[in-house]
Design a protein around this ligand. Sequence first.
Ligand code: NAD
Length: 504
Amino acid sequence: MGKGFQPQDRFAGGAQYIGGRLRHGTSGCHQDVVDPATGSTVLRYELAGTDDVDAAVAAAREAFPGWSGLTPAERSEALHRFAAVLAERAEDLAYAESLQCGKPVKLSAGFDVPGTVDNASFFAGAARHLEGKAAAEYSGDHTSCVRREALGVIGSIAPWNYPLQMAAWKILPAVAAGNTIVLKPAEITPLTSLMFAQAATEAGIPDGVINIVSGAGRDAGEHLVSHPDVVMTSFTGSTAVGKRVAALATATVKRLHLELGGKAPFLVFDDADLDAAVNGAVAGALINTGQDCTAATRAYVQRPLYDAFVRGVAALMETVRLGDPFEPSTDLGPLISRQQRDRVAGFVDRARAYATVVTGGEAPGGELAAGAYYLPTLITGAAQDSEVVTSEIFGPVLVVLPFDTDDEGIRLANDTPYGLAASAWSTGLYRANRATRELRAGCVWINDHIPIISEMPHGGYRASGFGKDMSSYSFEEYTQVKHVMYDNTAVARKDWHRTVFGDR
Ligand code: NAD
């Protein structure tokens, strides 16, 4: 599995990708990319400074007329080639993603990479379905039509939890619609975003269409958001940073797309299939070591199933195998860093004062002690307004709370400022259907939790942000519509001129 891939060789030319080639950053500061499973540095690179952001935006600006001027069929053809190159590079991409994130290779090779290839295929097709509304003579004297147009240079900022998929989600709809883009990945995980951009060049996508600046949020990130030649900011990350980004983008009146944090409820009614709910809760809470904005974090279980659910989840969590991400048998990798591991441990340790840690609640020792590992953790007895129920922990921690009536369950599930994802578990059609209507989130699953698909939109309500990634809905973010009106009368004095000239 891609072990011949050496980041220091691959990125000897630098970790900035501008105008179709690698460059060294000019900020004067260095950044280490660390393998969180071992704590060892796999790449040290020069961070992007503001000059690098300016160069990337200039490259994207130069590429825009040519790229947006292609026919949809030509852009589609380039994206089909891109999907094929990504598929050819699957092993290296999965290896690099596991190396920089600590993801089990069964997750990177079985989800991140195939999802990215499928996204590229989807947008290759969708590029040919961009349309405005049909023409008609609404005023009688004119023919009106709507043109859908690309925006220009997009500035995107991505988080570290799914670096490859986040790059794909930001870049693909933007370029399929004819825009060019500068993406800033999280500075601790730049590898697969750079490889993604290199694959685009290999597929024949012109230089400057896709640029990557690997830089710190406060410097490169803020400069990209504030840049006058960038027309839109598309940001995925925490709600706190999202607020800062929104304020900066407003100063230059940019279009804004925000994909922010989450605290997804997992609502189990008393007619649910208990075994399915237990398996779904453990998988939904532990995927990507819980560093998933849609992860199951708050399970509300109707009283008759509560004890059995807690027993089942605890027993299943205790079977989960932590280990080397490159071992095919490993279920759970480390967190992204020791700092993130300590943050997660802080939430759990504080919870001991007011709740019960049923299983987990510590870092494993032995061979795993050097990595940022943390045991799958189940917490019960926490109050609805306690920190572990209200805050995004972003780790392998599930909190379970009981409820009595259906009304109460739905109210508790909705009792959060976030609204990214939710699931409801029931074998009753009407109960499940009610949950789909009343749960306030951008995605509601019934009897499952986590799956996503290229054809369907992903995006939040309320403090989880606004705008959609994936699917043809994302084109609403990355295009603008123009009303074009043709006069049909061919007369000098139009009927509406009465409002100026009177009856003369
Ligand atoms: P983060 O907000 O700390 O960082 C996200 C990105 O913003 C990084 O690239 C970072 O360098 C950059 N950044 C930081 N400060 C900045 C600033 N002042 N100006 C501009 N850019 C800045 O988030 P993270 O810790 O990397 O990722 C975890 C968060 O991302 C979680 O809250 C998670 O829920 C969220 N997330 C949301 C989605 C979604 O689809 N809604 C998907 C994945 C992750």
